[in-house]
Structures are given as C-alpha cells and as structure tokens.
Design a protein around this ligand. Structure first.
Ligand code: ZN
Length: 83
C-alpha cells in the first residue's frame, strides 16, 4: 500500500490522467481506504481551478477542512512542482 505522501506527490498526474495503469490502480486502492485523501483529492481539483487565478496566494486557497498533515504534503508537492 502506498502512503498518503505518495498519493499527494502523484495527485497532479492522477488528475491529469498521466499515470501508468498500475500507478493509477495503486492510488485508487489507497483512495478506497483513506477518506482523508479522497477529501484532499476533491480540494486539490478545486485548488487547480483556483490556482489559475490565485497561484501566488496559496494560503488563501487551502481550506480549513484539510488536515494539517495534508497541508504540509500539499506545500511539499507544490515546492517540488516548481523546482
Ligand atoms: Zn491517504
């Protein structure tokens, strides 16, 4: 089973349908047992839409419903993405 961190790291590719079949299956398997990641995925898709207009102010996009651990994961993934 992959970790929440790995889900976060691959979420963009997941949303964009860029994952290999086995990678996507691994994420789906995790999402099936991890409500936090399902919530995160929904918020992430929303965030992508917001990002188009507010990329420079991510702190205004992150909703309070996201667990602190996932907020940290978002920030880590965001930092990675902009490398
Ligand atoms: Zn998870």
């Amino acid at each position: 089973m992959i970790t929440c961190q790995e889900v976060v790291e691959h979420l963009m590719a997941y949303v964009n349908n860029e994952l290999a079949v086995d990678e996507r299956a691994a994420l789906d398997a995790h999402l099936a047992v991890c409500p936090e990641c399902v919530t995160f995925l929904k918020n992430y898709e929303q965030t992508i839409r917001f990002e188009l207009a507010a990329f420079e102010h991510p702190e205004q996009i992150i909703e309070e419903s996201i667990p602190e651990s996932l907020i940290q994961a978002i920030l880590a993934a965001r930092a990675k993405k902009t490398e």
